[in-house]
Ligand binder design. Structure first.
Ligand SMILES: [Zn+2]
Length: 729
């Protein structure tokens, strides 16, 4: 019975109750993984059932305050007494139901349980009984694993994916309280495999028209059709598996294995359309990979998932080159990877391999970071990015770009270099301390682009007519544009057009074949322009390594930068310009009534990345500032050091994330220790009418003095050691 007093209280607060009620209802409608902030994974090996201490492991993972824990269900090896035929039980399982023990212990500590599966390999007995499950070489032979040669690669087009894996999901779902399923290794965002099994021959015959292509590059018309058939199959399997895992548990979810950072081949936009949860298996870096590789992964994933769940795996083991699975990564490197994950809006997923570690140094590293995340959780609940510059993510150019039709004709000599245009622009933006988002080339809708003052295109050479129309619409709607080099000179599959599809915007047409690669060419400053600030002491700037010869068509502004063609760099006696002055534009800057357009004829951003010459970086930074015009940036951060920044509107207010990359191991791992940077002056634009009551540095746990003038909040961050998050509430 409700009392009169309670009734009156409820009535007088009915508006508030209604508002809170609808908010709670909205939260209740969100799936459990939408609000997840911390994830962990113990990756079992076949021998673990002999020795695994379930209680000790669950104690550890629980101490990380995980929302979800990933544990091995099956696929290659079942860690429970499976009845599915050819689902190989661990040889060491004995009478144990290891997955069952782990599942019960996980749930008893209020963590969600995700079954980690592997759909990529199976044993020889399965190969004998179900030859149609497996990939084949051209001669019909199966494909054994390169190290574990008793395992054979399964074919994604075959019934292993549509019959066997769903049977395993159903069995697991029927026995254990599983909240989701994750498949290791599949589908990935990398290159496409070509298989010669009977099923694949049928696919080629019926959907592609022909036989499997020898060349997996977009110059082959067969490959172009195969790419679509392959993507369609991936999406079909993904949807089927989502349906399988939700048959018995509607709140469950299937999670595929994506990642790849900025170097992707499979269409991540299409993958993002079926994925309810995007997991980036992007665990660390080796060789000369830059430290910001993880933050870039976050930007790519967010471009296709927006506010839906994105996780990124951090390997606690040493996944360098070479890889060591059973020793810990350098703690500072591990921390910076997790920090980038959180800063870029992804959910950290901390991963160790093997149930009986002899190296336990990684445990404290994960616990420290996760405990800090948990203590500050609301500030990592982002509602939108605060950025006014967009960078087009040119996925097809990164995947397919070639300069000819030969097998080694990647533009710039090797495939790895197709991402260097983006990498060069990215580094210029970091140095210039811009706040920016990635937009995927398949998402150039007005709703997406209208959030940004400028769109920056790092050589999107392969771009469709439709995308060009959308870019033109954006500019005619008042958006400003930076484009470089061969942008729009080819179709989305790499067929050369007679001219740039965006020639009207650039104010120039391509006039002949691309020139380069050549060093020792220059750009001559013909007249001063805002983009040339800081070059008062020189008439020459370093020229890009490759350039498109131009015929200027629009009666635009006078040309500020012209080409000084290549001349010999050796021997010194021969080093003088043969043609010191030309009318050939190196760049065109158009100031139209509502928008500004900058076009560089050369690959200035890639040349910047490869050479490290700071003039090219400054030129790019000046250009972005000029594009923005007189409008104040939404957020700025001034101070010394190489940092990457993210600004978010959050559930409680706003958050400014600062990652300190100032480190001798910035472009070659691993980071051993941090070098703190000094005071950073911030100015942050908040919504009109919003009063900020407190500004707090979360990593150093201290309040910061601040001032607010209208919608602009100013404060100073005294120093940043590894990572700092400033919460404005
Ligand atoms: Zn096949």
């Amino acid at each position: 019975m409700i009392t009169r007093r309670e009734f009156l209280t409820a009535s007088s607060g009915s508006l508030i109750v209604a508002a809170v009620g609808s908010r709670n209802a909205a939260a209740a409608e969100r799936p459990w993984y939408a609000t997840m902030r911390r994830c962990g994974q113990l990756n079992l090996n076949e021998r673990d059932p002999l020795t695994l201490d379930v209680a000790a492991w669950i104690d550890y993972w629980s101490s990380l305050k995980l929302d979800a824990l990933l544990l091995n269900g099956g696929g290659i090896v079942a860690f429970y007494p499976t009845d599915v035929r050819y689902h190989h039980r661990s040889e060491f399982l004995g009478s144990r139901d290891l997955f069952g023990e782990l599942a019960a212990a996980t749930k008893s500590r209020n963590m969600r349980l995700v079954a980690r599966m592997d759909c990529n390999y199976a044993y020889g007995d399965a190969l004998n009984a179900h030859p149609e499950w497996f990939e084949r070489n051209r001669d019909g032979s199966p494909r054994p694993h390169n190290e574990s040669t008793w395992l054979y690669k399964t074919c994604m087009f075959g019934p292993y994916f549509t019959d066997q894996m769903p049977a395993i999901y159903r069995e697991l779902n029927g026995r254990y309280p599983i909240d989701g399923f994750f498949t290791n290794g599949w589908p990935s965002t990398g290159d496409l495999a070509v298989c010669h099994c009977e099923r694949c021959h049928k696919v080629y015959r019926e959907q592609v028209g022909g036989v499997p292509p020898d060349r997996t590059d977009a110059t082959s018309p067969l490959y172009r059709k195969y790419y679509d058939a392959y993507m369609n199959r991936v999406l079909d399997v993904w949807r089927r598996w989502q349906a399988s895992v939700t048959e018995a548990r509607p709140e469950s979810v299937y999670v595929g294995n994506l990642g790849g950072g900025i170097r992707t081949v499979k269409n991540v936009k299409r993958l993002g359309e079926v994925a309810r949860w995007f997991n980036a298996d992007h665990q660390g870096r080796g060789g000369d990979t830059v430290i910001w590789d993880c933050a870039q992964q976050g930007r790519v994933a967010r471009a296709v998932m927006e506010d839906r769940t994105v996780t990124n795996v951090t390997g606690a083991y040493s996944n360098s080159r070479p890889t060591w699975r059973h020793v810990a990564k350098a703690p500072a490197e591990t921390t910076m990877w997790m920090a980038q994950t959180a800063a870029s809006g992804m959910v950290p997923w901390f991963h160790w391999l093997g149930g009986a570690p002899e190296d336990t140094r990684w445990k404290e590293v994960g616990r420290d970071f996760f405990a800090w995340l948990a203590a500050n959780e609301p500030h990592f609940r982002n509602t939108r990015s605060v950025a006014d510059v967009a960078v087009l993510y040119p996925q097809r150019t990164i995947a397919f770009y070639r300069s000819g039709s030969g097998p080694r004709d990647w533009r710039g000599a090797e495939r790895a270099q197709t991402a260097e245009y983006l990498q060069g622009l990215y580094y210029a933006l970091l140095e210039g301390r811009f706040f920016f988002d990635f937009v995927h080339e398949d998402d150039l809708r007005t709703e997406t682009l209208s959030r940004y003052r400028a769109l920056l295109i790092p050589n999107a050479a392969y771009v469709s007519d439709q995308h060009c129309r959308q870019i033109r619409d954006y500019v005619s709607g008042g958006g400003s544009l930076l484009a470089t080099f061969e942008t729009s000179l080819y179709s989305e599959w790499g067929d050369r057009r007679s001219d740039f599809a965006l020639a009207d915007l650039f104010g120039a047409s391509a006039d002949g074949d691309t020139i380069g690669p050549l060093g020792n060419s220059y750009m001559r400053i013909e007249r001063r322009h805002a983009t040339l600030t800081g070059f008062e002491g020189t008439a020459l700037l370093p020229g890009p390594e490759n350039r498109v010869p131009l015929r200027e068509t629009a009666a635009g502004d006078a040309v500020s930068l012209t080409v000084v063609p290549y001349y010999p760099a050796f021997p010194p006696e021969m080093v003088f310009p043969r043609t010191p002055r030309t009318n050939q534009p190196a760049a065109l800057f158009h100031d139209r009534s509502r928008s500004r357009v900058a076009y560089f004829a050369g690959d200035v951003e890639r040349t910047f990345w490869r050479s490290g010459n700071p003039d090219l970086g400054l030129l790019l930074q000046n250009t972005v500032r000029w594009l923005r015009g007189d409008t104040r940036p939404l957020v700025s951060l001034d101070g010394d050091g190489i940092v990457e920044t993210f600004a978010w509107e959050t559930e409680p207010g706003y958050a400014l994330h600062i990652l300190n990359y100032t480190n001798p191991n910035m472009t070659r791992g691993f980071i051993r220790r941090f070098y703190a940077i000094g005071a950073q002056k911030a100015a942050f634009t908040v919504s009109r009418g919003r009063r900020i009551a407190a500004v707090r540095a979360l990593r150093t746990a201290r309040a910061l003095p601040f001032s607010q003038d209208g919608d602009l909040v100013r404060f100073e961050v005294p120093s940043v050691t590894d990572y700092e998050v400033i919460a404005l509430t």
